[in-house]
Design a protein around this ligand. Structure first.
Ligand SMILES: [Zn+2]
Length: 312
C-alpha cells in the first residue's frame, strides 16, 4: 500500500545520484514522440514493461471522486468524511475491530480487484507487446495484467494482490485466495462490519490475517513470488544483448526503487536498451540517454490509444 500513497516530496528530491540538471522534459512535439516510440517498439525483439500506480489510475481505477463516494458512502457516513477522503486514506484508517477491518477491505478488494473486467488500457498494452518477447514488472495489486491476457509466466507483481490474504505476522510463507471469503463478507456486511465468525485466522499460528500487500516486514514471499522473481531476473539477463525496450508506465517517485531507478540503471549500463517513459506528470528523463529515451508527459490512456494506432 505504501507505494500508492501520495508522495510528500517531488521528483527533484529523488534523483538516484543524478544531478538535477540532467533530468529534462523532452521538447519534441507529441505526435513525433508517438511515432518514435512506436518505431522503438517495432524495431525491438524484447519489451520489458514496468507498471506503477499511474497505469491503473489512467485505466480508470481511480481511488477518489465518485468511484469512492458512490461505493463507500456507508463508510464515509460511519467514519466521517474527514477520515474517508478517498481509498488511499480509507485503507489506512485504524479500524477498531477485525470485523470492521474486514468490512472495509472486503469492499475495497471487490471494487478494485474482482468487479472490474480487463480494462481497455491494459488490453491495448497487451496488443502492443503480444508479438514481442515481453515481461511485466509491476507494483500494482489489481490483477489487471492477467485479466488483459498476459500469461502468469510473464508477470512479476512484487507488492501483492488485493485478492489474497496472508498471516499478519508472516509466520509461514503461504498466501490464501480470498475471492469466496470477500464475496461472502460482502453479502453479510452490516453497518460496515462483517460477522465475527467470518474473520479469518491464521491456520498455523492462529493469529490475525492481513491483506496480501507489502506494507511491512511481514509481507509473504511465497514459492510463486520467488519463481516470478527468478523469471524476471532471467529476462533481465537476456535483454542485455538484445534490441530491447523498457516501457515504463505510470511509475512516479513514490516507490522509484522497484522500477524507475533500476530501469535508469539498466539504461546506463547497456547501450542496446531504449526507454519509453509514459507519465502524467513525471516523464522527465536523464538527458544523457539522448535519442535512446522518450518521455511522454500526457494522459496515458490517450498515449496508449495513439500508440496502438501506429500498430494498425
Ligand atoms: Zn500465522
Amino acid at each position: 500500500m505504501k507505494e500508492i500513497r501520495k508522495s510528500k516530496g517531488n521528483w527533484t528530491q529523488f534523483l538516484s545520484g543524478v544531478p538535477a540538471k540532467d533530468y529534462v522534459f523532452q521538447a519534441a512535439p507529441y505526435e513525433e514522440q508517438i511515432k518514435k516510440a512506436a518505431e522503438m517498439i517495432r524495431n525491438s525483439d524484447m519489451v520489458l514493461i514496468g507498471a506503477g500506480a499511474g497505469a491503473s489510475a489512467a485505466a480508470g481505477l481511480t481511488y477518489s471522486g465518485t468511484r469512492f463516494t458512490d461505493n463507500f458512502d456507508e463508510f464515509i457516513e460511519k467514519y466521517g468524511s474527514a477520515n474517508m477522503t478517498d481509498m488511499y486514506a480509507a485503507g489506512f484508517y485504524p479500524f477498531p475491530t477485525p470485523e470492521a477491518k474486514w468490512g472495509y477491505w472486503s469492499k475495497h478488494s471487490i471494487i478494485n480487484r474482482f468487479v472490474p473486467p480487463a480494462l481497455p488500457l491494459y488490453q491495448m498494452i497487451y496488443q502492443i507487446v503480444q508479438k514481442k518477447d515481453h515481461f511485466v514488472l509491476t507494483t500494482n495489486v489489481d490483477h489487471q495484467f492477467w485479466k488483459a491476457g498476459f500469461t502468469d509466466e510473464r508477470i512479476f507483481a512484487t507488492q501483492g494482490d488485493y485478492g489474497m490474504i496472508q498471516c499478519e505476522k508472516g509466520c509461514h510463507q503461504k498466501i490464501y485466495d480470498a475471492d469466496k471469503l470477500f464475496h461472502q463478507m460482502d453479502q453479510a456486511r452490516r453497518d460496515c462490519t462483517v460477522p465475527s465468525y467470518m474473520v479469518p485466522a491464521c491456520p498455523v499460528c492462529g493469529g490475525n490475517m492481513a491483506m496480501y500487500l507489502r506494507s511491512d516486514q511481514y509481507f509473504v514471499e511465497d514459492e510463486h513470488w520467488h519463481e516470478a522473481a527468478k523469471r524476471y531476473g532471467y529476462f533481465r539477463e537476456r535483454i542485455n544483448n538484445k534490441k530491447a525496450v523498457l516501457l515504463e508506465l505510470g511509475v512516479g517517485f513514490n516507490t522509484p526503487v522497484i522500477i524507475r531507478f533500476p530501469f535508469e540503471k539498466m539504461m546506463r549500463e547497456y547501450e542496446n536498451l531504449s526507454l519509453i517513459r509514459l507519465n502524467l506528470n513525471d516523464a522527465v528523463i536523464p538527458e544523457s540517454f539522448g535519442k535512446r529515451a522518450i518521455g511522454i508527459n500526457a494522459d496515458m490512456e490517450k498515449t496508449i490509444i495513439d500508440l496502438c494506432k501506429e500498430f494498425g
